[in-house]
Design a protein around this ligand. Structure first.
Ligand SMILES: Cc1cc2nc3c(=O)[nH]c(=O)nc-3n(C[C@H](O)[C@H](O)[C@H](O)COP(=O)(O)O)c2cc1C
Length: 350
């Protein structure tokens, strides 16, 4: 490496990323639309749309509403189901040379365990991201993400079912984000992703009813960036696992702020809807900023604005070894309001 080269590689809870920029789940589908704009292998990873055990058609329209500096969505976890994701989407993503993190969503502990089990030995899957912002049908529809004990249970059952690295995605719709982060870290999360969307609402004044058919939706985009940044900063102080930060990141400077707060990597979501190459622009912007500032390794930049940082700086192999029998996802060598679920309001988006 010459003096002016910058190393952007990080390892986030056992997932090796060539750079710290990934797609935010649900904002890039399974990558196909974005592959027309840039090679998916340019990104640290493609984090795919939340994948459920069974296919889902999602919620009726309208599913999105523009809001000041952001948007509300209520997609309803539309996806083709895990079997088709395994047989069609993952092989295609592998052909693109993408690093693949599969985001999974369940409506019971059994479903999370089954999803983790089915994905465990799928070639090309580098890790799982657990979307725990879903209603638990076994507990009157309360979201898994709202209580430390239920969040912990999801991680525990997934951990038992797979040796793959587990990123656990937290909802901001809780009283104490630090407590939730500690709970999932203790249960075996290899990394923590945050934040999912904030619950929000828009009302059509003339029609005198909420715009979204289910009333509320998930707020994303620049409007939530300060909230996300504060939560990343806090979580990076209370856990010893790496953090993947997201929420309103639209430019390289936004991403740099999350890295300074203590995130080892960042995800780009809503920004990609108005600028399809936003994620790649951000990779390039991070690299040139670090070069200008004299950094040779992005990991040396992580957490510089957070003196009480406990989270590592993007160098952690997965802690959990493969379960008996081995798994391709073991420690790396030297990172829902559902139309069908009337029981509860999904805390996260669609
Ligand atoms: C249209 C849309 C769909 C989303 N779908 C999912 C999803 O399926 N699973 C998930 O974990 N997060 C989902 N999210 C949340 C994003 O991954 C991200 O956490 C959130 O939008 C904040 O980042 P952003 O402001 O950059 O979009 C979705 C967000 C949007 C806008």
């Amino acid at each position: 490496m010459t003096a002016r080269e910058v190393s952007l590689a990080v390892e986030v809870g056992g997932v090796r990323l060539k750079n710290p920029v990934v797609t935010a789940s649900g904002c890039a589908g399974y990558g196909r639309e974005y592959a027309r704009f840039y090679p998916l292998a340019r990104l640290g990873a493609v984090v795919v749309k939340s994948t459920t055990l069974e296919p889902r058609l999602g919620n009726p329209p309208p599913r999105v509403v523009e809001t000041p500096a952001g948007m509300l969505n209520s997609i309803g976890l539309q996806n083709p189901g895990v079997d088709r994701v395994i047989s069609e989407e993952i092989p295609w993503l592998r052909e693109q040379g993408a690093t693949i993190v599969v985001n999974v969503a369940g409506f019971s502990l059994r479903e999370y365990a089954e999803l983790a089990r089915r994905l465990d030995r799928v070639e090309g899957v580098s890790g799982l991201e657990l979307n725990i912002s879903c209603p638990n049908v076994e507990r009157q529809g309360t979201s898994f993400c709202t209580r430390p004990d239920t969040a912990r249970d999801v991680v525990r059952v997934a951990r038992e079912a797979t040796g793959l690295p587990l990123w656990v995605k937290l909802s901001p719709n809780v009283a104490d984000i630090g407590e939730m982060a500690q709970a999932v870290a203790e249960a075996g999360a290899d990394a923590i992703s945050l934040i999912n969307t904030l619950v929000g609402m828009a009302i059509d004044v003339d029609a005198r009813r909420p715009v979204l058919p289910r009333g509320t939706g998930g707020l994303s985009g620049p409007a939530i960036r300060p909230v996300a940044l504060a939560m990343v900063y806090r979580v990076a102080q209370v856990v010893e696992v790496p953090v993947v930060g997201m929420g309103g990141i639209a430019t390289a400077r936004d991403a740099l702020a999350f890295l300074l707060a203590g995130a080892s990597a960042v995800a780009v979501g809503t920004a990609s809807f108005s600028n399809p190459v936003a994620a790649v622009d951000i990779v390039e912007g991070i690299e040139s900023y670090l070069r200008e500032q004299g950094f040779s390794d992005v990991r040396a930049f992580v957490g510089l604005a957070n003196p009480d940082l406990r989270a590592p700086r993007g160098v952690t192999p997965a802690r959990a070894g493969p379960r008996p029998g081995g798994s391709p996802g073991g420690p790396a060598p030297p990172a829902c309001p559902a139309a069908e679920t009337p029981l509860g309001q999904e805390e996260g988006p669609g």
